[in-house]
Design a protein. Structure first.
Length: 255
């Protein structure tokens, strides 16, 4: 069931979204050659503590997971698409990093993700990351009252496929509010004019995931969480929490 939010609720979600934006900015600033993923997770925890916020990621355990998630960020490197566990891996020059993070504040959740290169960026990685954010922008632009979920999915998928990238089937965006994951699901590919109508008060986490090699295949790592590309190519992930309003889409996780 989709829970519509009031304007007051949306303002409260903007506060949690701002914490997520600050967290991601701090993690990106800290990401450098030689820094471990665990150290980035500690940076994120510090931002949450300072804001008096909690993490919807920490100890989260969906049906597919063998263990509760141990971090407050998902840190996915190179061929990892999403759900990477922050561990002792130290970043190297040229690594492509995706950081997904959330925050809960006063009972409301925010969720966002960024991708970036540590050190020297390869042109192919730069194009992949830029396309991920372009797909996110296209999805947000389609998130208007009177459109449907399929219009968001089609906008994202068109950008990804036109650029020649793969899309991991079965993973996409979602509703968000009191819980990190709520109805409706928001696919990253679909037919325009189909699916649930968009209404004022819906809040969605829109999140394109791109596979650089062009194939759609992926598999879980041995940790049961991390999803990796089947072809070993690199991946990128971009996400914002977005409120659907009569005045147009409002990004709640922007700085």
């Amino acid at each position: 069931m989709v829970q519509l939010k009031t304007d007051t609720h949306i303002e409260a979600m903007r506060a949690s979204g701002r914490v997520v934006a600050q967290l991601l900015a701090a993690v990106r600033d800290a990401a450098a050659v030689g820094v471990s993923l665990l150290e980035l997770d500690e940076v994120a925890r510090g931002v949450l503590r300072e804001a008096g916020a909690g993490s919807p990621f920490l100890n989260y355990r969906p049906h597919f997971a063998p263990t509760p998630f141990p971090g407050v960020i998902c840190a996915s490197v190179n061929d990892a698409i999403v759900h990477g566990i922050p561990n002792g891996l130290r970043l190297r020059d040229g690594d492509l990093v995706s950081i997904d993070a959330g925050a809960t504040l006063d009972g409301w959740a925010g969720d966002s993700a960024i991708s970036f290169t540590v050190g020297s960026a390869k042109p192919a990685d730069t194009r992949l990351v830029e396309t991920a954010f372009a797909a996110l922008d296209a999805g947000i632009a389609a998130a208007v009252v009177g459109n449907r979920i399929g219009d968001i999915a089609h906008a994202i998928g068109t950008v990804c496929r036109t650029a020649g990238y793969g899309i991991p089937e079965g993973f996409g965006g979602h509703g968000i509010g009191r819980s990190m994951h709520e109805d409706p699901g928001v696919p990253n590919e679909g037919r325009p004019g189909r699916g649930m109508p968009l209404r004022h008060g819906m809040v969605l986490a829109i999140e394109p995931m791109l596979i650089g090699g062009g194939g759609d295949g992926y598999h879980p790592d041995r940790d049961g969480w991390t999803l990796r590309t089947d072809d070993g190519s690199r991946a990128a992930h971009a996400e914002h929490t977005v409120a659907i309003t009569d005045a147009g889409p409002r990004i709640l996780t922007a700085l």
